[in-house]
Design a protein around this ligand. Structure first.
Ligand SMILES: [Zn+2]
Length: 332
């Protein structure tokens, strides 16, 4: 024993197992209530080479606070903000929103997808374990010198329907950090079955797949894909709901309702999550979009019309996010 402070990167004692880590500190999981598990409150996606648009959810505190207040009024309790380094993660911004709105806010960690990896992350110049150390540090001692800790790993993603070499390294680091911290992993996987490849990497690294969420699964509306995810114990997340400018509109949201009902009929209520992935100004109510209240105002009523029970809706909107955000004992 040297008597000096050791770097807080082991994770063995750094995360509060059995609690949920919010940006304002750990809480009792029962306090969460209804959670939107895949959202953003500010994100800049345009500043990468060869991108010609200005895709951004601008950081506008009064506006975003209003939009989140509408979710709270509709019965919401918490949101998970998955904006990461490279696209504008800011722990102090999130803590400020949590204070202003009274919502619980859980922050993500790790790196998003190849096109958005910040150069300073040195993704291909450090070992996978060194990358995992960064994610573990976020969860155990906080981001930078803010003292604000992440409560979930993700969104970890791929640009294309495959994992690039760099992305594979990040996925391996995420899995190792999940083992060391007990945090769940949530992913970005669009318009393909790439979520299964993500699960392969996580499994190869010994991650607990019952604590993995495959995101954007409604962008690939194929029941076989969703069944393959739940068969491996992972959770299917439909989180482009109400986002009318995505390829989802080619299929129509009716298809998502059908798939959801089919998954419920097979007994998979405990492997489903719903969110809206607000990531562009045009999605805000102020600008004519659906805001953070699309589930409350449109999608959940549609599920009820399709015969989905209140008990299943509670499992999906409250029980499942509570289970996933509750930190498990580290195992690696
Ligand atoms: Zn997202």
């Amino acid at each position: 024993m040297t008597g000096r402070n050791e770097p807080a990167t082991s994770g063995a004692t750094g995360t509060p197992a059995g609690r949920v880590q919010t940006v304002l500190g750990p809480i009792d999981p029962a306090e969460l209530g209804w959670v939107l598990p895949h959202e953003h409150t500010a994100i800049a996606l345009w500043h990468i080479p060869n991108r010609w648009d200005y895709w951004e959810l601008r950081r506008d505190k009064p506006l975003i606070s209003d939009e989140l207040a509408a979710f709270r009024s509709a019965g919401g309790g918490a949101i998970v903000d998955l904006t990461l380094d490279g696209v504008g993660r800011d722990p102090d911004w999130l803590a400020g929103l949590a204070r202003t709105t009274g919502l619980h806010v859980v922050m993500g960690s790790g790196w998003y997808r190849g096109a958005h990896y910040p150069p300073e992350a040195l993704i291909d110049r450090r070992s996978v374990d060194a990358l995992a150390d960064v994610i573990v540090r976020d969860a155990t001692s906080g981001v930078g010198d803010t003292g604000i800790r992440s409560g979930v790993i993700g969104e970890i993603g791929t640009d294309k329907p495959w994992l690039s070499a760099q992305e594979e390294r990040v996925h391996r680091a995420a899995a190792r950090a999940a083992r060391r911290t007990g945090l769940a992993i949530t992913t970005h996987a669009v318009q393909s079955a790439v979520g299964l490849d993500q699960l392969d990497v996580f499994a190869a690294e010994g991650a607990d797949l019952t604590r993995v969420v495959i995101g954007h699964a409604d962008s690939y509306p194929a029941l076989d894909y969703h069944l393959a995810i739940v068969d491996r114990g992972a959770t299917v997340e439909f989180d482009f709901l109400g986002m009318t400018f995505t390829p989802l509109e080619r299929h129509g949201e009716g298809r998502i309702v059908e798939i959801l009902v089919a998954l419920l009929a097979r007994g998979h209520a405990e492997r489903l999550l719903l969110s809206q992935d607000v990531c562009h100004d045009s999605q805000l109510r102020r600008y004519g979009g659906n805001g953070y209240t699309y589930l409350a105002e449109s999608f959940l009523p549609r599920l009820r019309e399709a015969g989905v029970s209140e008990s299943d809706i509670r499992t999906i909107t409250i029980g499942n996010p509570r289970r996933l955000l509750t930190i498990a004992p580290p195992h690696g």
